[in-house]
Design a protein around this ligand. Sequence first.
Ligand code: SF4
Ligand code: SF4
Length: 123
Amino acid sequence: MGLLAYLPGDRCVYHAHGRCLMELGENARRHKKWRCRIVSAWERAFDDYLLQVDQFDIAPETAARIWSRRLEKIVDRPRCVHFVPGGDDTVGCALVFEDLCLKKIPACPGRCRRYREDRDADL
Ligand code: SF4
Ligand code: SF4
C-alpha cells in the first residue's frame, strides 16, 4: 500500500464519524441495511398504527391517544444489544447518525481513490 492509503479521510465528503458513506449514494439497499434497528422498529410500529387507524376509521382524538400509549410502550422496550447511551434525545444511542447505525457502516480506512475533498468543510 502506498503512502496515500494512510492519509486521514476525515475531510472527505463521504466521511462521517470515522465511517464511509460512499456506498449509500450508489446502493439504496445499503440505506436499509445500515438503519438503526430502533428507528426501524418505531417506523414499523407507526406504519401498523396508521394502517389500523385507516382500517377502523378511528376518530382523530382517539387515534392520538392510542398512538401516545403505544409510543410509551415502544420507548420502554429493551433496546438494541449494541446500544451505547449518548447521542440525540430521540434514540438516545451514541452510535445513531441520522437514521443510520454507525456500527453497521464500514470504517473509513483513510484516504482512498474515491476520496473527494469537502471544500465547504472550512466555511
Ligand atoms: S447500536 Fe445504536 S444506532 Fe446502532 S442499531 Fe443499536 S441503537 Fe441503533
Ligand atoms: S476517503 Fe475513501 S473510504 Fe474514506 S470516506 Fe472517503 S471514500 Fe470513504
